[in-house]
Write a protein that binds this ligand. Structure first.
Ligand code: GLC
Ligand code: CA
Length: 562
């Protein structure tokens, strides 16, 4: 039998602290709120919690703009609260993975304050500064949040690079003092008892020295230079250095957020012998409903199942035995999966949410559940852009509707309903009391109106809920090594409506069948005698007839795995 690392069998739950649980009525989720809810996560059965950033930050990008890596944002609590959270989590056998955001800092970080103060300051070189070229930006790169990726700073008459907002200047990883400051910070956090890191846009840290123009940018395109900059010349050198200095010294979990990677890149970042990271988040399946009019994610196009199958199957097959996959449907940057790939109408929300869970959780890799996914939370459809808070959404609305006038505001609202990051960021729906039990005060972002029916309390009293379905899937992964180690084989990849695949081990097999439509589909897959139904989102089994969003798994050749 294959020996697995603990993180290969783990299921991770992502908390977006601002929206998880408020404990003091100020409308903002906090660390004491997380502590209150740890028993809930224990009940779900997950092993690891990934916390989106809780560090000091002016919140231009909700904490992804950090002004002090070793201080906690007072709205979230104190370092003592963090200590308490780590110790309560550890008592419950839950691990804590921190978000590490080191491609950029906040412009309010001490380093940047020093850096911008003069060209001679020792911290000048911690960031990427360039002279204007013919009175303009040094190159044509675009920020991922719209507009140029360069900001002119009057004081020293140079531009600094920011691939995200202008309050998020990019760090200069060429500078070894900067790199070692970061490694020290990581070691400091590990000494506080945290169990790993999720590394924000970590494949953007190395830029080509000559800063060449991005050939994908043309004046009337709303693109981003993120993928052009990704996977730069020294990124593997830096990650191997980080691994040697910090990661390899600890038994921790690491995952890199890596836009624009291929499976070949993944071997380098997350290969079993690569000495870099344990796994990465690839973006391909989250971009398959992108706009065909060059508007990036701003679209309301529906995905095609065949595309989804091709992407996920490629990742399953290419990485097998060589590198490790992360498995995710959504996170704080993506719309809710039941609204996007499932069906969030009353009639099919529960069934389709279970179907999606099943389709993903039987694959090879480490699954990530985003808060609220386990109760089938949905997108929001607010009528006015003023109800939204996300910098990315607000900038894009302004850019596409007002500046470039490429879409009408009605059209853009449809895209916002489909793609805005705020879909995932509305407060967690705990119960049907005021503000969904998230806060007794005024929530920082509106609660989805459907909280009166979709909430944790209701899920916990219903044995047929999505929650208990997730709990079962998580438990099965712990019990059945074939889910971690079996070989993946997709069936009928060109079938537009049904996603079916096998997991194959030496003496047993799983057959996973998911109907992605609201119609009956009839399919025949061969099963050995003795095959038995392991789990299903319907009460009975109708053989070849697949009801709307039906999903089921058969286990074959029982021998010793049970
Ligand atoms: C990552 C984060 C996102 C953030 C961006 C800049 O993509 O997940 O929330 O805005 O990096 O830090
Ligand atoms: Ca609070």
């Amino acid at each position: 039998m294959v020996e697995n690392n603990w993180w290969q069998k783990a299921v991770v739950y992502q908390i977006y602290p601002r929206s998880f649980q408020d404990s003091n009525g100020d409308g903002i989720g906090d660390i004491q709120g997380i502590i209150q809810r740890l028993p809930y996560l224990k009940k779900l059965g997950i092993q690891v919690i990934w916390l989106s950033p809780i560090y000091q930050s002016p919140n231009d990008d909700n904490g992804y703009d950090i002004s002090d890596y070793r201080k906690i944002l007072p709205e979230f609590g104190t370092m003592m609260d963090v200590q308490e959270m780590i110790s309560v989590a550890h008592q419950l056998n839950l691990k804590i993975m921190m978000d590490l955001v080191v491609n950029h800092t906040s412009d309010e970080h001490q380093w940047f304050q020093q850096s911008r103060s003069s060209r001679e300051n020792p911290y000048r070189d911690y960031y990427i500064w360039r002279d204007p070229v013919d009175g303009h930006e040094p190159n044509n790169w675009l920020s991922d949040f719209g507009g140029p990726a360069w900001e002119f700073d009057d004081k020293t008459q140079q531009y600094y690079l920011h691939l995200f907002s202008k309050k998020q200047p990019d760090l200069n990883w060429e500078n070894s003092a900067l790199r070692h400051d970061i490694y020290d910070t990581m070691s400091w956090w590990l000494a506080q008892g945290v169990d790993g890191f999720r590394m924000d846009v970590i494949n953007l840290i190395s830029k080509q020295k000559s800063l060449p123009n991005d050939p994908n940018v043309d004046a009337d395109n709303h693109s981003s230079s993120m993928t052009f900059v990704a996977n730069g010349p020294k990124v593997h050198e830096y990650l191997q250095e980080m691994n040697a200095k910090v990661l390899s010294q600890h038994d921790i979990i690491t995952v890199g957020e890596t836009p624009g990677v291929t499976t070949k890149d993944a071997m380098q970042y997350a290969g079993f012998d690569a000495n870099e990271l344990q796994m990465i988040f690839q973006f391909e399946h989250t971009e398959l409903d992108n706009s065909h009019q060059g508007l990036g994610k701003w679209s309301d196009e529906r995905f095609k199942l065949v595309d989804l199958k091709k992407i996920l199957s490629k990742w399953q097959n290419d990485l097998e035995g060589k590198a490790w996959n992360s498995l995710y449907w959504n996170n704080h940057d993506r719309p809710r999966v039941v609204s996007r790939f499932g069906n969030d109408t009353d009639k099919y929300r529960v069934t389709s949410a279970k179907m999606l869970a099943m389709t993903l959780h039987f694959m090879q890799g480490t699954p990530y559940i985003y808060q609220g996914e386990e109760i089938g939370m949905t997108n929001v459809n607010w009528s006015s852009i003023s109800q939204y808070q996300d910098i990315d959404t607000l900038n894009a609305f302004d850019d596409l509707v007002h500046q470039q006038k490429r879409v009408t505001s009605e059209q853009m609202m449809r895209y916002v309903h489909h793609s805005s990051r705020d879909n995932a960021r509305t407060p967690m729906q705990w119960d049907n009391s005021l503000n969904s039990g998230f806060t007794t005060g005024q929530p920082w972002l509106g609660v989805n109106d459907n909280y009166t029916t979709i909430n944790v309390a209701a899920s916990l009293t219903d044995q047929q809920s999505i929650f208990y379905f997730y709990k079962k899937l998580i438990a099965l992964r712990q019990q059945m090594p074939i889910i971690t180690n079996g070989h993946y084989q997709v069936l009928d990849i060109d079938d537009e409506f049904v996603y079916a695949y096998r997991r194959i081990a030496r003496d047993s097999q799983l057959l996973i069948i998911s109907n992605f439509t609201d119609r009956i589909q009839t399919r025949h897959y061969s099963l050995n005698a003795g095959a038995k139904l392991l789990i299903s989102n319907y009460e009975d089994d109708q053989g070849d007839m697949l009801r709307p969003y039906e999903s089921k798994v058969y286990f074959e050749n029982v021998s010793g795995y049970f």
